[in-house]
Write a protein that binds this ligand. Structure first.
Ligand code: ADP
Ligand code: MN
Length: 514
């Protein structure tokens, strides 16, 4: 390799020109003060060393003896370029090797694991990094220059008295600096520097150290940016694997990005592929229920007072409990679908990931009622539609949404779509009727505020949905009656098993409900 296009001039003289600058003094004078045996041993040592060098570091020796470092005016201005070219060469080889490994690792798999994060950072390709630059020109000691041939034999016959000690100190210090390069980050390539007898001046060492640190920071920044731009950023490795498997199986074409990050779930958009036994919608939404301990604890609180659930709950590990929520949403959506309520169609459930049809188009989710500005006519239309849906949900699906509001209703194709039904319960749930009342209050308030004058108030809506005809004309009494009914239902369930007075159809019971 001859990266700078410099070919070494064969050395002819007994002492190369750079030795004139040798801090130990010129060998000529030194020789005078020595006996013949010493001179011979010195020459022998030098020759042996040189021989070794040529075998071990052929390029280094050539560079060391090249015109770059000859003469009094040792010119280091091209060293930056030289260093960069050497580094570039190294990086190229490294990256090529990485690509080969990546290819071998991924094989024919449709989903590939990228080794991109292991790729070298190229400082000289990055122009906005003035803070990270090291002023190589300033240093007389080029770390890429092989100093080894000048190594003083252990026998200290060059120089005298004090001189030996001080110079020797610098050398020891230089060697120590070289050894300390090992403390740089694992990604910082120091080449063979540590292995050879390289002496780094403090100045160079400090510059390198600074460079190593800033390089680490830059690398972290860069990789961080990349990490954040990936579609499946918010999921744990197990979830990611499940998603990859869906792609590999052809069920999904691609996962394009994240639509929403909630407390308990993350929703992704994906283009559908195909399945053997049924059609996959062209666009899908993937609802990934969060499985982290924190989120699990939040849910824990939510369902704590359901004594029927607690029993089963305590026997399951957190992951399985989260899966039950996903499963529950699936069952609820399926029921709604059967009743003809506009809602996402279930494609499949894989552990804690629910794949359903996407409500929206071209990756743009349909707006929530909260976000969309409807004409008063559409507003009225939406209201009557919701009234009807709530009745269907209660009577035909035996469900109470339990989180119904303008945030969980989407406006798409001129109608309202219901989403987010993982928490939906049967009306016989110990708090089912309270949840229904809350839903009614949200809906009623939203439409009354939105200018739908014919919208029923919350109590009227509750009665219209449930047909329970609670007569109380204020909220406190109304709620008291609701709670009394719930209590009655509970007692009934306790006494007679699962069937409750107002369970309407023979639908299979969903997972947490009676
Ligand atoms: P949570 O509110 O518990 O985070 P949601 O089921 O409400 O979960 O989903 C969060 C958001 O993701 C919704 O507000 C909606 O914007 C979007 N979303 C969820 N499911 C779909 C779907 N099937 N089609 C389009 N967008 C969806
Ligand atoms: Mn929601």
């Amino acid at each position: 390799m001859d990266p700078v296009g410099v070919t070494a001039a064969p050395e002819t003289g007994p002492s190369p020109a750079w030795q004139n600058k040798c801090p130990w003094g010129t060998p000529k004078h030194a020789a005078i003060s020595c006996c013949l045996a010493d001179v011979m041993s010195e020459q022998l040592a030098k020759e042996l060393q040189l021989e070794e060098e040529v075998v071990a570091f052929p390029e280094m020796v050539i560079v060391a003896e090249g015109p770059f470092i000859t003469g009094e005016n040792t010119d280091t201005s091209s060293d930056l370029m030289l260093a960069q070219m050497l580094q570039m060469e190294f990086d190229r080889e490294y990256d090529a090797q990485l690509r080969r490994e990546e290819k071998k690792f991924n094989g024919d798999s449709k989903v590939s694991i990228s080794f991109e994060n292991y790729r070298k950072m190229h400082p000289y390709e990055d122009s906005d990094s003035s803070e990270d630059e090291v002023d190589w020109q300033d240093t007389r000691h080029d770390p890429y220059r092989a100093d080894k041939p000048t190594t003083t034999p252990k026998k200290g016959f060059i120089g005298k008295g004090k001189e030996i000690t001080t110079k020797h100190d610098e050398v020891v210090c230089g060697r120590k600096n070289t050894a300390r390069m090992e403390n740089f980050g694992p990604d910082f390539q120091v080449g063979d520097g540590i292995g050879m007898d390289l002496k780094l001046s403090n100045q160079v060492f400090n510059a390198l150290k600074q460079h190593a640190y800033s390089e680490e920071r830059r690398s972290a920044r860069l990789h961080e940016k990349k990490e954040h731009s990936t579609a499946v950023k918010a999921v744990d490795p197990k979830t990611r694997l499940l998603l990859y498997k869906m792609i590999n199986a052809g069920i999904l074409e691609t996962i394009t990005g994240c639509i929403s990050t909630g407390k308990e779930s993350v929703v992704f958009h994906a283009y559908g592929g195909k399945m053997d036994d049924k059609a996959v919608p062209p666009e899908c939404a993937l609802k990934v229920f969060k499985t982290t301990l924190n989120e699990f604890k939040n849910r824990d609180k939510y369902i704590k007072d359901d004594y029927r659930f607690k029993d089963r709950f305590s026997k399951l590990n957190p992951r399985k409990v989260i899966r039950m929520w996903a499963e529950k949403e699936m069952h609820n959506l399926t029921r709604m679908q059967k009743a003809g309520i506009p809602c996402p169609q279930v494609v499949m459930l894989k552990k804690h990931i629910l794949v359903m049809s996407f409500i929206g188009q071209d990756q743009v989710p349909a707006p929530k009622l909260k976000e969309v500005k409807l004409s008063s006519e559409d507003m009225k239309k939406a209201y009557y539609q919701i009234l009807h849906m709530m009745q269907q949900l209660y009577k035909e699906c035996s469900l109470v949404h339990a989180d119904l509001s303008e945030y969980n209703m989407l406006w798409h194709e001129e109608k309202v779509w219901l989403i987010d039904v993982s928490q939906s319960v049967e009306p016989t749930h110990p708090h089912g009727l309270e949840f229904l009342f809350r839903d009614c209050r949200n809906v009623s308030q939203f439409f009354l505020k939105g200018g739908v004058s014919e919208a029923l108030n919350e109590r009227e809506l509750f009665n219209a949905v449930s047909s329970l005809n609670i007569a109380a004309d204020n909220e406190a009494d109304f709620l008291a009656e609701i709670e009394a009914l719930e209590k009655m239902n509970e007692d009934h369930v306790q006494k007679h098993g699962k069937k409750s007075p107002f369970s309407s159809d023979g639908d299979p019971p969903i997972i947490y409900d009676e």
